[in-house]
Design a protein around this ligand. Structure first.
Ligand code: ADP
Ligand code: ADP
Length: 221
């Protein structure tokens, strides 16, 4: 079953002589349960593509269809709700809220939606991610790897059907990177989610179900 589809997706930044064509006619499909890696040189358009798919930034042309919803046809507030319910976005910089505890950071997306947190799921997540002993700590008291795990738990707390990760291991050593990817993979398989992960790490890409290579804003492989 198809969960993500892009149709003639294009993104142009800037105007006239400063114009950058970041995405040029991207057509791709992702099936439910797939773990897809996106690779490509720096500046090839990977982050831009993930942002368009994640409803973070409007494309210049084309469509993004998620679970039969043409997401950029939604108004801004509906899109924000759609995003929080359906999509877990893991950023390269963890974007944690420094004055909130680990537990509060993780539960934030559920609280924003006035959802009751599924405590059993929360406990499962923090146990799997090795954060159980750190719930009352502030992000600044954690190692880089632990902060990334908090960001992952936060991305997963609403049980999103789609997990999007932009270089989730970009700031981590290879040991931590491997673990983080294993955890995202575990979550995807266990909860029947779908994931797209940008990575420059070929070891990680080789563990994906499929690799999409981007060059100059186009899919080349
Ligand atoms: P990647 O993630 O593969 O490194 P990006 O998607 O970040 O690539 O960038 C693709 C192209 O778009 C690059 O040429 C980059 O300079 C340009 N770009 C990205 N974001 C912006 C922006 N906000 N304004 C202008 N140009 C941008
Ligand atoms: P890593 O090897 O992953 O980089 P660190 O050496 O940064 O880990 O941290 C080792 C342990 O010390 C971790 O469990 C982390 O939670 C804890 N720790 C690191 N910095 C602080 C801090 N400022 N306050 C409290 N605990 C910390």
């Amino acid at each position: 079953m198809k969960v993500i589809e892009t149709k003639n997706l294009g993104k142009v930044y800037g105007k006239s002589e400063n114009k950058v064509v970041a995405l040029d006619n991207i057509n791709m499909n992702v099936e439910k349960g797939e773990f897809v890696a996106i690779i490509g040189a720096s500046g090839s358009g990977k982050s831009t593509l993930l942002h368009q798919i994640g409803g973070v930034d409007k494309p210049t042309s084309g469509q993004v269809i998620i679970d039969d919803t043409d997401i950029y046809k939604l108004n801004e507030s509906k899109l924000a709700i759609f995003r929080r319910r359906k999509i877990g976005f893991i950023f390269q910089s963890f974007n944690l809220i420094p004055v909130l505890s680990v537990e509060e950071n993780i539960k934030m997306p559920a609280l924003l939606d006035h959802r009751t947190v599924d405590e059993e799921y929360f406990n499962d997540l923090v146990k799997t991610l090795g954060l159980k002993e750190r719930l009352n700590h502030l992000p600044s008291e954690l190692s880089g790897g632990q902060q990334q795990r908090v960001a992952i738990a936060r991305a997963l707390i609403n049980k999103p059907s789609i997990v999007l990760a932009d270089e989730p291991t970009g700031n981590l050593d290879s040991e931590n990177s491997k673990e983080i990817i294993e955890m995202i993979k575990y979550s995807v398989k266990k909860y029947n989610q779908t994931a797209i992960v940008i990575t420059h790490d070929l070891n990680i890409a080789e563990n994906a179900d499929r690799i999409i290579k981007i060059k100059d804003g186009r899919i080349v492989e």
